[in-house]
Design a binder for this molecule. Structure first.
Ligand code: HEC
Length: 115
């Protein structure tokens, strides 16, 4: 995903909606200093990163990329990501139907190209 061929629109969307929990560059929000939001957020960021870290994408094998792509597609299709508590505060992280379609189409094509 950090690969250069990713279209800027998709990359920007992922950065806004997913990178706080799925990359090394977390932009800690103001409420990260307020307990218990801070504990909650810290756990989720750690857990999110353990599951999927976009900064490590380039090091994944094709097989791993493939399974992560499948997982990303289903998480977005089922409206599971970004997490609800996050979009409650980060309204700009909400994916519109158009964003979802764009990301899913792109991820599907990428997945097919790996098979
Ligand atoms: C507020 C933090 C947060 C945000 C924002 C977030 N995630 Fe997650 N994500 C998590 C956590 C925590 C988990 C693991 C637990 C779970 O599945 O609920 C996870 C799990 C996942 C998984 C499952 C990984 C696997 O190996 O199966 C995928 C895929 C995923 N997220 C994709 C995304 C995408 C795509 C976005 C943006 C559209 C996003 N996430 C935004 C926290 C977040």
């Amino acid at each position: 995903m950090v690969e250069n061929q990713v279209p800027a629109t998709i990359k920007n969307r992922l950065q806004i909606s997913c990178y706080d929990c799925h990359s090394n560059n977390t932009d800690y929000p103001w409420y990260s200093k307020i307990q218990p939001a801070a504990w909650y957020l810290k756990d989720h960021i750690q857990e999110g990163k353990d599951e999927l870290n976009f900064n490590e994408w380039a090091t994944f094998s094709d097989r791993r990329k493939n399974s992560k792509l499948r997982s990303i597609i289903s998480q977005i299709e089922e409206d599971k990501m970004p997490l609800d508590f996050y979009t409650l505060i980060h309204r700009d992280a909400i994916l519109s139907d158009e964003d979802k379609r764009m990301i899913i189409d792109y991820m599907t094509a990428l997945k097919d190209s790996l098979e």
